[in-house]
Ligand binder design. Sequence first.
Ligand SMILES: C[S@@+](CC[C@H](N)C(=O)[O-])C[C@H]1O[C@@H](n2cnc3c(N)ncnc32)[C@H](O)[C@@H]1O
Length: 211
Amino acid sequence: MTEELEKYILQHIDAEPEHLRRLDRDTHVRLLYARMCSGHLQGRMLKMLVRMINPRLVLELGTYSGYATQCLAEGLLHDEAHVHTIEIEDELEDFISQHLAQSPVRDRITLHIGDAVDILRQLNQQFDLIYIDANKRDYTTYYDLAMAHLRPGGYIIADNTLWDGKVTDPACHDAQTRGIRAFNDRVASDPRVERVILPLRDGLTIIRYSG
Ligand SMILES: C[S@@+](CC[C@H](N)C(=O)[O-])C[C@H]1O[C@@H](n2cnc3c(N)ncnc32)[C@H](O)[C@@H]1O
C-alpha cells in the first residue's frame, strides 16, 4: 500500500483515541521493536472485529505495549466481558501497567506475565476469541492450544501470517518464516475450521471453529 493511500484510509476511519495515540508515541520513544505495535488501522480493525463477534471472554497471546489489548477491550459489548493478555517479557510489565492505568477500559483487562503456553494451560478456561500475536516460531503450538481452549463457534485471529511476504519466498528458511508457513498449512488443512486471510498490514488470518 502506498503512504498516500494509508494516509487517506486513516483520514476516513474512526480516529485513534488520544490515550492510544499517547501509547503509540511512548512505545516508539521507550521500547525496542516499536514496529510490533498494532497502531491506528489494525487497532480499529480489531475493535470492529470484537464488535462483530461479540465475545465474552477474549485472550491475547503477546501483549507487547498493550496497544492491541486495549483495542480488543474497547470493542467488548457485554457488561461482564473481559480480555486476558499474556506477555513473556517481565521488563514490559511496568510500561504496560502505566498505560493501562490511564485507559478507559483498564477494568476489562487482566495482564499475565509469563509464557503463553504455561499460562494458557493454567487459565483452564474456554474463550470466545483468541488473538495470536506472540513468537512466530511457535504459532502451531499456540494454534493447537488455542483450539483446545476455544468454544465451538469461537474465533481465532492470528497476526503476521504473511510475514512480510516471506511465506512465498523460496529463499527464506529462517525459523520464524518456517513457523508461520507451518501454521498457515495447519490451518488450511484443519477440517474443524473455516478460515480467511486478510492482506491487512502483515497478514491477518481469521479462523472460525465450526465445532
Ligand atoms: C508482535 S508483539 C505483540 C504486539 C501486540 N499484540 C500488539 O498488537 O500491539 C509480540 C509479543 O509477544 C511476546 N512473546 C513472545 N513469545 C511469547 C510467549 N511464549 N508468551 C507470551 N508472550 C510472548 C513478545 O515478548 C512480544 O512482546
